[in-house]
Every structure is written in C-alpha cells, then in structure tokens.
Write a new protein. Structure first.
Length: 638
C-alpha cells in the first residue's frame, strides 16, 4: 500500500477518534433533554388522574332534624342493562367505569429471598467483574490469534494495525450502543477494551513497524487519551478515565528512543495533569488525582536518573513548580464549588508540598545551599496565607485549615536546622515551641499545643544529642560558655511555656515544667563534672595523683552542694507559687543528693570535703523542715 493510502486511512482513524466523543456528548445531552420532557409529561398526566379520582363536592345541606323511621320502600324492578357500545377495537367502557377509582396496586412479592447485600455482591461479580474478565480474555484470544497470523505472515504490518484500530472502534461503538440501552457497566467494559485496543495498535505502528514517526505517534496517542477522558465524562465512568490515564502516562515510556526531549516530555505531562485536575474538579472520582501524582514523579525521577544535568535546572524546576501548583489547585478547588474535600484530597494536600520541597531541595542544594532555609520559610508563608484565607472565607473547611497550619509550622521547623547550626538549632526550636504554646492558648487549639510539645521534644533531643559535651571538654569559663547559656535559654523557654499553659492545660504545663527542671539539673551537673575534668587535663607536665584527687574531690563536693541548694530553691519556689510540683521536685532532688552523699561522698571524699558536703546538706534540710513546720502552723492557726 502506498503512502497516500496510508495517509488517508490514518486520517479517517483520527477523524473517527475525534468525532466519537463529540457525538457521544451531543447524544448524551439530547437524551437528557428527552428524559426531562418525558418526566414533565408524566407529571401532568399524574395531576389529571388525581383530579379525576377526587370525590365530588356536594352542596351544603341544612342540618338534619330528628324524624320517625320510615319503612323501607318496596324494591322496583330494574330495567335490563343496555348493550355496551362496541367500537372497532372492542367494547367501550362506560363513563362510570372510566372515572371509577382504580384499585390500589400492590407490589408483587419478591421472587428472591436473598438479602440485599448478597444481591449487591452478586451484581458486582456478575455484572461488572465478569465483564472485565471477559474483555480481558477476548483481548488475549485476539492477541494470540493475531500473533499466530503474524508469525505465518497472513497479515502485513499495516493490516495488523488497521485490524486493531477497527476492532477497537467497534468495541467503542458497541459500548456506546449499550450505554444508550441502559447497560451502564457492560458499556464501560466494552469502551475500556476498545480504547486499549486502539491505544496498543497506535503504539505498534511506531514501536514495532515504524509506520509512523515519533511526533505523529505522540499526537495520535495524545488524541486517544483525550478521547478516553471525553468518553469517561460522557459515561460518568472513572474506570474509563483510569484506562486513559494509565495509557497517557505510558506514552513517554513506550515511545522513548533514548533522546532527551525534556521540553516535550514536561509539557506533555503538565497538560496531562491539567486534564486530570479538570476531571477531578468536574467529577468526584477517587484515586484519579493520586495516580497521576505518583506517575508524574516516577516519570520525572526516571528522567532525572538518565538525563539530568545542572544545565537543565531551570526547566526541571519550572516543571516541578507547575506540577505542585496544579495539584494544589486541584485539592483546594472543591471548596470553590461548596464541596468538602475528600480524605484523599486532604492527604495529597499534606504530601504535595513536602514532595515538591524535597525535589527542589535535591535540585538546588549543590549551588544554593545557603538559601534553602529561606526557601522553607517561603513555603511556610505560602501555606500560612492559605490558612489565613481559609479562616477569612465563610464556610471554610476546618480540616483544610488545620492541614495548612500544620504544613506551615512544619516548614518553619525544617527551616531552623537547615539554616542554623549547633546550639542555634536548639534555640530556634525552643522559641518556636514557646510561640506555638502562646498561639494555642489564644486560639484554644489543643492540636497546636500538641505540635508545640513535638517541637520542644525536638529541641530537647537536639540539645542532648548534639549540644551536650558527654565526652569531655577543653578548659572553659564556667557558666559563661555556649553550652550552659544555651541550656539556660531552653530552660527559660520551657518554664515560660509551663507558666502560660498552667491555667488552661495543667498536664502540658507540668510536662514542660518537669522538662525544664530536669534540664537545669543536668546542665549544672555536666558543667561541674566537665570543668573538674578540664582542670585535670590542663595540669602541666606529669600529673601527680594527689593533685588529680584533690581536684576530683573538690568537684564532687561542689556538685553535692549545688544539688542541695537547687533542691532548697525548688521547695521555696513551690511554697511561694503554691505549686506542689516544684515542692515534690525539690524533695526528690534532696533524696537523690542524700543518696549521693551517703554512697559516694562518704566513701570517696577526703575528710574536709566530706564535712562540707554533709554540713551543707544538713543545714539545707533543716531549713526546709523549718519551713514546712512554719507553714503548717500558719494553716492550722488560720
């Protein structure tokens, strides 16, 4: 067959592919108009019949008076019934028979005794699954037959392609006919099978037989995908949309020649995603958007692994921005139509920004690492703006608002370790936790308070894992050093959060306060112990054992005294603030100090240091006991 014939046949196929969905949409609109007109006629007839069956209105009579009973009249012989008029079509009923009320129609007894649920499952299996299985078997049979015919060279390459296209068109046409007859599921099955045949045939014309070049095959397959979307809308079928969607995302894979045409690839995927977002806006179909989201990023990272170069940063980044914006628009669009987003859209609204940020971070980190924290803050501002708009809009969705706030706060949390280093990370998270605590109280949101607790937990983990010098230090200035000042700052922020939350959320306040007290105890202990070690390490020349022992004894005695003073301060603060948590914490620390003095100081310290530790602890305990007695006497006297 010459090129002109091939061109004419392909033109006819393309014309059929474009015309079928348009005809389907027009016929669907006409059927809808006819159904509405028929419903109007039925309503009018129903009103006429109701008027005819209404009881006649009788004239008002004067009230009856009591009268004597009258003897029943003698029966009068009735004349013989007149013959009913007969028409060409049979006897004509009398006027009385015509306007007599019809007997009530009783619903016929169900011929099936199976419950509705079992009938529903049976209908799904028999009416839907078996149809798809049947189409699959027919496709396999056709494939095996064609393979056998091809191997024996019964049919040439062009004939093979045309057979597939024609059979696919027949399936689509048959599906449309069944759709008009009301066979919804069977029609969708036939249409999905037909689209698959057409799609595979078009791909074979390029991939196996080289009858079409890449650009033409790309355009043909794009038209098939468009036809599938239009038919999915006409049939209101998500299954047909999924078939078209999967075929659309397979186009770049199947038509790949190894050349990097990223401009065409990115444009095609962006247009495909725009169609999917439009479908999700017009129909509440599940998983259409999520499948497109997954396929898009799989194709991008496949391209990235094979063809990415820093010179292609700008188009790659613009493509990711377009994809992020499309899915963000698709996930918040239902609220424009006054509909609540689905659970799937809520999940994608949360996942989409972090996938975009991770992808952009991987692309930009090498050349723009100093700006990544600012980029995270920019994402936080974007979602904070969305949250603000949701709070201002009437009837805004509460879950969407909560997700937007959570995403914004998470990006702020990420920006801190990305941009800052060392103790500044701990300080940043501590400040964020205190601000979130204040906001949670202003907004009366327990969810924000939970997030504040998570951020404080991150700050504590960062301080203990990276800031605390567990393995010793060089000689330093006590108190006025980065570690201890950072610990004091975090202690102050935790104490502030406890003070703010105390009236509204006692559990949160107690947790924050205990964290602050434990952190301060750890800070003074580490500061004292590491300073004595640093003094030992700084001894010149050969270290004498007596010098080392004197320094360590001094450190242990100072530690016992500090613990005792800290415990006494907690008890005093507990009395002043009337907060029992502080008093119990002080008493617990007194117990720990007493155990240290007895188990460690008594056995290891020199006599002088032992006297100092015991005397300090004894005096402080005596003062605490006196305070308890004084307060008790005042309460009894009052």
């Amino acid at each position: 067959m010459d090129f002109d014939s091939l061109f004419i046949m392909l033109g006819l196929v393309l014309a059929a592919l474009i015309a079928l969905p348009i005809i389907a949409l027009i016929r669907t609109a006409r059927i809808g108009q006819l159904e509405r007109r028929l419903a109007g006629v039925e309503a009018a007839l129903r009103r006429v019949m109701e008027q005819q069956q209404a009881p006649p209105v009788t004239a008002a009579r004067p009230p009856e008076v009591a009268r004597e009973p009258v003897a029943p009249a003698q029966p009068i012989a009735e004349p013989p019934p007149a013959a009913e008029p007969v028409s060409a079509s049979g006897p004509v009923p009398s006027q009385q028979a015509v306007f007599a009320p019809a007997p009530p129609v009783r619903p016929a007894a169900s011929s099936s005794t199976a419950p509705a649920s079992s009938r529903g499952i049976e209908e799904i299996i028999g009416g839907r699954w078996l149809g798809w299985i049947a189409i699959g078997l027919i496709l396999f049979a056709a494939a095996f037959f064609l393979k056998y015919a091809f191997e024996n060279e019964w049919i040439g390459p062009l004939g093979r392609v045309m057979i597939g296209v024609l059979v696919g068109l027949v399936f689509v046409w048959a599906g449309w006919q069944r759709h008009q007859a009301g066979w919804r599921y069977f029609a969708r099955t036939l249409t999905g099978g037909g689209l698959t045949l057409i799609y595979l045939s078009a791909y074979a014309s390029f991939g196996f037989y080289q009858l079409l070049d890449q650009t033409t095959a790309f355009a043909v397959l794009a038209l098939i995908v468009l036809q599938g979307y239009l038919l999915a809308l006409a049939y209101n079928s998500s299954a047909i949309a999924v078939v078209s969607q999967v075929g659309g995302f397979l186009v770049p894979v199947l038509l790949s020649t190894g050349q990097d045409r990223y401009g065409i690839l990115f444009s095609y995927i962006a247009v495909l995603n725009a169609g999917v977002v439009l479908l999700s806006f017009m129909r509440r179909w599940h998983w259409i958007g999520s499948l497109s989201f997954v396929f898009t990023h799989l194709l991008f990272w496949g391209w990235h692994a094979s063809h990415y170069h820093p010179e292609k940063l700008t188009p790659a980044l613009l493509f990711q921005i377009a994809v992020f914006a499309l899915f963000l628009l698709g996930d918040i669009a239902p609220q424009v139509r006054g509909r609540a987003p689905t659970l799937e859209q809520w999940g994608r609204l949360f996942v989409n920004p972090f996938v975009f940020f991770a992808t952009a971070y991987a692309l930009l980190e090498d050349d723009y690492s100093d700006w990544m924290g600012a980029f995270a803050l920019l994402m936080a501002l974007l979602y904070a703006g969305l949250a603000r708009a949701g709070m201002s809009a009437q009837g805004g969705d509460r879950r969407t608002l909560l997700i937007s706030i959570t995403v914004a706060l998470t990006f702020v949390t990420l920006a801190i370790p990305i941009q800052l280093e060392s103790n500044w990370i701990t300080l940043g998270w501590g400040v964020q936790g205190a601000v979130l605590t204040w906001l949670s109280l202003r907004m009366r949101s327990s969810n924000l308070r939970l997030f504040a607790g998570i951020v404080f937990g991150l700050a504590l983990f960062q301080h203990l894992a990276n800031d605390t010098p567990w393995h010793g230090r060089l000689l330093f200035t006590p108190v006025a050093n980065r570690y201890f000042l950072g610990a004091l700052a975090l202690v102050g922020l935790l104490a502030l959060a406890a003070h703010l939350a105390r009236p509204a959320d006692r559990s949160f306040a107690v947790a924050a306060l205990l964290s602050a007290l434990a952190l301060f105890w750890l800070a003074i202990s580490v500061e004292t112990y590491t300073y004595s070690d640093a003094l030992v390490s700084a001894l010149p020349g050969e270290r004498e054992w007596d010098q080392v022992r004197q320094i360590r004894w001094f450190g242990q005695s100072v530690l016992s005294v500090l613990w005792s003073v800290y415990a006494a301060g907690l008890v005093a603060a507990g009395f002043r603030s009337k907060w029992s948590v502080l008093r119990w914490s002080g008493l617990s620390l007194f117990g720990l100090t007493l155990a240290k003095v007895i188990l460690v100081d008594m056995s290891q310290l020199e006599q002088f240091y032992r006297i100092v530790a015991f005397l300090a602890l004894g005096l402080l305990l005596l003062g605490v006991a006196w305070g308890y007695q004084r307060i008790t006497r005042k309460e009894q006297a009052g």
